[in-house]
Design a protein around this ligand. Structure first.
Ligand code: NAI
Length: 470
């Protein structure tokens, strides 16, 4: 007997998501019936589901129609094609079955729960249950509360997710929900960095090394398919009406050329040339033997988050071998000749460094520093925020925007990113570590340099930075 042995669930749509969702409910002890578009696809999907569950068999029944599936159910979950007309037509059939107590859930990634609720005819009963792929393995479920969703429906949804042994986060009915929204800047900035001359493997290696992400953002985009990402960027731009969400032209060109990522054999990476992780390993520099010692003052590392006239004067006044540890774009113009430029991060396996390998910086002092610290490093271009901070600041800013707009709580945002993306630290935990002033200074630097609304700081960040300064 599982946790949900009193629950009767009907699942429509037997693609990978519907099959996985049906399986996890059955494993938790619920009585599960499934249905697809017609008798033939239902039979095929049902057989595939049982086959996939061969290692730990589950009991799932196939229904002859949607009406049959939902008539005696407590919960209906739709995981059919992501087309609003198809979902609306399906909800009509569910409504016609005449089960007013039914909780109606959609696994949609992009459609509005309010719109589906209106189409169903009783929006108080409709809720979003956004599972992650594959549902059998991913622990996170985003619960989406439509404007009219009844509080008891949300509470039931929470209890059922807990009964599955999964973790729920609560989200208002807002495009992209939590995980996919907070990750948007990570993808946009990594694409922009490539446009600005940084190799994809460098971007990904830097993010993995410094932030401990399992996959780099460009590798992930290739995995998802650039066409899918482009489509969701166009939706985000339209839905939010904010130019910060506009797609990156390079990706549009890659999609037009059919180079849409891993399945196509080429996207940001060329899969004929090898795996992304091989390309990433090839750009990393392992620490060498250095004679220089930081502790003995043979080399001075000047750490700063900014590039104020005082910072510049201080660095100019230093003698001997000097490196600046910063990601502030001002150093592009103000780095004194011969001074090295690094940005040191506490990675999962010790210090990880971005080393500016441009003409603007002295390379020897930079390598002296990383060697003395025993740090693995990656060579980057002298761009404001370098690679890692630029991605981190914009992601933190997006996360704060969700909190500011009351879409989700800070705790749920962090939880969602840790469980949904395997990020070792949530964006708002990262903000607490770094401090709002540093993120605000970074974003203002990017805004000043690129003049792009992508870098407009959230008002909540401005207020937090002001509060912290008092
Ligand atoms: P899919 O397109 O692979 O499968 C959809 C299934 O629905 C097919 O078996 C199709 O025959 C069936 N179907 C179509 N119209 C139907 C109808 N009127 N009645 C019953 N069944 C019908 O889709 P996938 O990838 O499994 O996703 C399903 C839903 O889950 C979509 O809303 C998608 O946005 C969402 N989702 C997908 C994720 C993913 O990574 N694939 C992640 C999270 C959510």
């Amino acid at each position: 007997m599982g946790e949900l042995s009193d629950l009767r669930v009907a699942v429509a749509g037997l693609g990978p998501m519907g099959r996985g969702i049906a399986r996890v409910f059955a494993q938790a002890g619920a009585a599960v019936v499934v249905v697809d578009a017609d008798a033939e696809t239902t039979a095929k999907g049902h057989a595939k589901l049982l086959d996939e569950a061969a290692d730990s068999p589950v009991e799932v029944t196939a229904a002859a129609s949607v009406g049959d599936a939902v008539r005696d159910a407590d919960l209906f979950i739709e995981a059919i094609v992501e087309k609003v007309e198809a979902k609306v037509a399906l909800l009509d059939q569910v409504r016609a079955a005449g089960n007013p107590d039914l909780v109606v859930a959609s696994n949609t990634s992009s459609l509005s729960i309010g719109e589906l609720g209106k189409a169903y005819g009783d929006p108080t009963r409709v809720v979003g249950l956004h599972f992650f792929n594959p549902p059998t393995r991913m622990r996170l479920v985003e619960i989406i509360r439509g404007a009219m969703t009844a509080p008891d429906v949300v509470e039931h949804a929470r209890a059922w997710v807990a009964g599955l042994g999964k973790t729920a986060v609560l989200c208002a009915d807002s495009p992209n929900f939590i995980v996919n929204r907070v990750c948007r800047p990570l993808y946009y900035e990594s694409q922009l960095l490539v446009t600005q001359g940084v190799a994809p493997a460098v971007v990904d290696a830097a993010v993995k090394g410094a932030l401990g992400h399992r996959m780099g953002p460009l590798e992930l985009l290739d995995f998802t398919g650039l066409h899918t990402h482009l489509g969701s960027s166009e939706t985000a731009l339209r839905e939010f009406g904010d130019p910060r969400y506009r797609p990156i032209p390079l990706t549009r060109r890659l999609v037009r050329a059919g180079t849409t990522g891993r399945t196509a054999g080429r996207g940001y990476y060329d899969y004929a040339a090898g795996k992304p992780r091989e390309a990433q390993a090839a750009v990393l520099r392992q620490p060498g033997e250095s004679q220089a010692r930081i502790a003995d003052g043979e080399i001075t590392v000047y750490r700063t988050t900014g590039c104020t006239p005082e910072d510049v004067a201080a660095v100019r006044g230093m003698s001997g071998r000097v490196a600046v540890d910063s990601s502030h774009g001002g150093w592009v113009e103000h780095l004194p000749p011969g001074v090295g430029w690094v940005r040191l991060h506490q990675g999962r396996e010790g210090t990880f460094a971005e080393v500016v390998a441009d003409d603007v910086a002295g390379i020897e002092p930079a390598y002296d520093v990383v060697d003395a610290l025993g740090a693995v490093s990656v060579p980057v271009l002298a761009l404001p925020g370098l690679v890692v901070d630029r991605l981190m600041w914009t992601m933190v800013n997006e996360a704060l925007t969700l909190v500011e707009e009351d879409i989700a709580t800070a705790e749920d945002v962090d939880l969602a990113l840790r469980l949904g993306m395997n990020h070792p630290t949530g964006p708002l935990e990262r903000l607490a570590e770094v401090g709002p002033a540093e993120v605000l200074t970074g974003l203002r630097g990017l805004l000043d340099r690129f003049g792009d609304p992508r870098y407009r700081p959230a008002q909540l960040l401005v207020r937090q930075a002001a509060g912290a300064a008092r």
